[in-house]
Design a protein. Structure first.
Length: 285
């Protein structure tokens, strides 16, 4: 599966549908404030996408809308509604119970004494704080564009994290299948020389189980000559695919010498960067 296919599999439209408007939830119990916000944003666009206003006159309605529309990008939220701290309580629910760290929250209040700016910014996970008296059409425009830009960045970061995880997962599945096809003792490591996979032949040679090898530094589970072979392997992009052969010898559990031919190869991750080292052992002539 390539990167573009992974991108499509993250969701129906990847991380964002560029044909849809940006959804902005305006939460205020004053219908005039909502009407003014609609007026200011009616001709706005960001990245060629228009703004769609979703409105709520209470924190409860807002919570329901956030559950129904998880793609809401920005919440413009009044502090004082059903109670003096209804807006602040909703902030906690958005970040807590709704587990939504993505949506940008622009808090605004007409009664600054109810929610002092310094305390609110320090104690609540919001992205902007404005007094209604200071929020002109121009400042609202600036705050909203800034919030949308921030939302776009965090969603893109989330997308790339998911893409990287899925790429790594597919890479590890591929490598597990590859290990199963190798008859000689074999294992592979990450770039820090921690074992991320091994076959049964390698486990039998070392007198352990494959599962007990995973996550350990090669120095902790391999005989010193083998561990040194892996650790000394140069792991760079230019080394991807190159096979290096050398011999190694150590004393086995029964006191008899074990001589092997080591093959190491730097393998490729999905993004064309080096992922680590594959070690395959054969009998030395």
């Amino acid at each position: 599966m390539n990167a573009s296919e992974l991108y499509q599999n993250l969701g129906p439209n990847g991380w964002a549908n560029t044909d849809e408007p940006w959804k902005v939830l305006v939460v205020d119990d004053d219908p005039e404030v909502i009407a003014v916000t609609r007026l200011v944003t009616q001709d706005m666009s960001f990245k060629k996408r228009p703004i769609e206003i979703v409105e709520a006159n209470s924190s409860k309605t807002a919570r329901d809308l956030l559950e129904k529309h998880p793609d809401i990008a920005v919440v413009i939220l009044d502090v004082v509604m059903e109670s003096d701290h209804a807006g602040l309580d909703l902030v906690k629910e958005i970040r807590g119970a709704l587990n939504n760290p993505m949506v940008r929250i622009l808090l605004r209040t007409g009664q600054p004494g109810q929610a002092p700016e310094r305390e609110v910014i320090l104690d609540y996970d919001i992205n902007d704080y404005r007094l209604k008296s200071d929020l002109t059409a121009q400042s609202l425009f600036s705050s909203l564009i800034s919030a949308l830009r921030s939302y776009e960045m965090v969603r893109e970061l989330e997308f790339h994290q998911k893409l990287a995880f899925q790429t790594l997962t597919h890479q590890l599945v591929f490598e597990d299948q590859m290990m199963a096809m190798i008859e000689q003792p074999a294992l592979y490591t990450d770039v820090m020389a921690f074992v991320t996979g091994a076959n049964q032949a390698m486990a039998s040679l070392l007198g352990t189980a494959t599962g007990q090898m995973l996550g350990h530094d090669v120095s902790a589970i391999l005989p010193a000559p083998l561990a040194e072979t892996v650790r000394e392997r140069k792991i760079t992009k230019s080394e991807i695919g190159k096979v290096v052969e050398q011999k190694a010898a150590w004393e086995g559990p029964n006191g008899l010498p074990i001589n092997v031919k080591c093959k190491t190869q730097v393998y490729r991750m999905g993004d064309d960067s080096p992922g680590g080292v594959i070690l395959v052992l054969g009998l030395a002539p």
